[in-house]
Design a protein around this ligand. Structure first.
Ligand SMILES: [Ca+2]
Ligand SMILES: [Ca+2]
Ligand SMILES: [Ca+2]
Length: 295
């Protein structure tokens, strides 16, 4: 039980915030508060990446407001962090939000995953090659663009909907992205976290060069015919519609996401506002990916 082979692999791991099996204690000391989460003791993780998002920026570009129905609990779409934990055959994604995740619409009745409202999409750039991958979001994300250098290759859907529904939505509405969409083996809610377990055979083996972004939306069981399960952002909020956006498709349907270095600093609120700023007809919102090496 001494060094894990990957520690001896001469990769520049020391410069990255990765916790390797066997090096957890050293890394934890070195990284201090970054891993001060309840899950720091993931002793078996081969790789662990941890991103933090500030509280109180669940307003997209700065103007979005929650629907009026009380099921949309304050803070329940406020992204607080993303953890990526590599096991032997699977990768676990944990998405934290600012309020306990509830299941007001009894998802078990519709083959769901134990929650009703949140829908997180994790975009991943696995090759970091300019122009290789997609530069638009999954249909329903509204007016968004990814930079050429950050074109994404995989998207993991953390949805309350069961596999059959997700597969059908993707097949009919996002056929050209079908090979890039990863539906977890298992998705659940645990307190303030959404947890999804993905097979490595579906996603690949993560490393510190991968770029990540987690986009927070709300699940809509009766979406627009072109949208993959998106609850839209309109100009004026309604019982089940977010407000503060545009009634068309030029606004980003993004309630919260990582920004800046993904460390949770207050400057990341301004960075998010700036990235998601849009002007219908002339300026499209940008969704950045966060790379471990650049943090
Ligand atoms: Ca947030
Ligand atoms: Ca790519
Ligand atoms: Ca944010």
């Amino acid at each position: 039980m001494s060094d894990h082979p990957r520690i001896a692999g001469a990769r520049p791991l020391a410069t990255m915030r990765l916790v390797q099996r066997g090096a957890t204690a050293i890394a934890a000391i070195a990284m201090g508060a970054l891993f001060a989460s309840p899950h720091v003791a993931d002793a078996d993780a081969k790789l662990k990446l941890s991103f933090v998002d500030p509280a109180g920026d669940d307003f997209g570009p700065g103007s979005y407001t929650y629907p009026t129905d009380p099921v949309y609990t304050p803070g329940s779409f406020d992204l607080r962090g993303l953890e990526v934990i590599e096991g032997d055959d699977t990768i676990e994604f944990r998405v934290a939000v600012g309020a306990k995740i509830e299941d007001p619409w009894n998802s078990k009745d519709w083959d769901g995953n134990g929650f009703s409202l949140q829908f997180a999409q994790i975009y991943i750039d696995t090759d970091h090659q300019a122009g290789v991958g997609f530069r638009e979001g999954l249909p329903g994300l509204g007016g968004v663009s990814f930079a050429e250098a950050e074109a994404w290759d995989k998207v993991v859907l953390i949805s309350p909907q069961g596999r059959t529904r997700l597969e059908a939505e993707v097949r009919f509405k996002a056929a050209k992205m079908k090979g890039a969409v990863v539906i977890p083996k298992r998705t659940s809610a645990r307190g303030k976290q959404l947890v999804a377990v993905v097979k490595k055979s579906d996603l690949g083996v993560p490393n510190g060069k991968w770029g990540f972004q987690v986009v927070m939306q709300s699940n809509e069981g009766y979406p627009d015919k072109t949208d993959v399960l998106t609850r839209r952002v309109n100009e004026v909020r309604g019982q089940h519609r977010f407000g503060g956006g545009n009634d068309g498709d030029c606004d980003p349907h993004v309630l919260d996401m990582l920004a800046g270095h993904g460390k949770g600093g207050n400057d990341e609120i301004a960075a998010q506002k700036s990235a998601l700023a849009y002007t219908c007809g002339s300026k499209v919102a940008q969704i950045p990916l966060i790379y471990e090496a650049g943090r």
